[in-house]
Every structure is written in C-alpha cells, then in structure tokens.
Design a protein. Sequence first.
Length: 157
Amino acid sequence: MPRALSTAARQAIYGAQTAEVFLPLLTIAHPALSPSLYFVSNTQNVTSRGQVYLGWPFEIALPGEFDDQQPVVQLRIGNVDRRILEGIRMLTSPPTVTLEVVLASAPDTVEAGPFALSLRTIGYDALVITGTLTYEDVLNEPAMQYRITPNFFPGAF
C-alpha cells in the first residue's frame, strides 16, 4: 500500500529543484535507557511532535528488496561522544530503533515511518559506531503452535 505523502513532500520529490530537506529521525529505546535517545541527522536540534531530537551525524543505508530474506538496515553514527557507546554496552538485550522521516519545514508531519527495528550487531572505532538493524524475523517463525507428533495428536498416528 503506497504511503500518502504531504503536498510539500510530493512537490519536493517531483520537482526539478527544491529547497525542502528531508530529515531522518532516530529513536533508540530500551527499558534500561531512561529517557530514550532521540537523534536527527542535522547540524541543529529539531523539535517534532513535542520531542526534541538532538542534531547528530548519522547515516542510514536502506536495504534491497529480496523475497527470500529479511531486510537489513545499516546504521552509522558518529562516535563523537563516548556516552553513546557506554550506553549501548550496558544494554543486555537489543534496543528498539525507530526510524521516521520528516520535512525540515514541517517536522510534526511524518512523511515515512515509523519503522521499528532491532539493533542486532554493533561495531565501532574511534570515529564511527556501526550497527545492523533488522525487523522482527517473521520468516523463521513456526506456522503452528504444535507440531504434529504422537504426543500431541495420537489419533493422527
């Protein structure tokens, strides 16, 4: 189902030139993180729907579309403050990462998303923290609650 975009977003996408800027918003949530972490890939902070998103350098590499595998999103975030890595290291389970896209001129209108992902793997160096974000793995979930075995279904045998 196609997503309904605002008129300003459609004009920005279809126009030969535009002054509009699409901003990705990133929310990292986990029960051990209080409050959640809010970032925008921008040089300035942005307030969207009453929440202040901290201007922070990050990049998102969107996945390709394949029928036989789960999409995997790559995240690269600037390691300019060691509190980010320290916060991620203290987590005992994967945090939920929510990605949304807004226009800089209308940050309260979500143009794409929210996309809820889980941070599965992490790597880092002195400059960049990289992470692999995945959706819930529904392709490998069992289709039924019980297996057809003599213990559960003796009449079938």
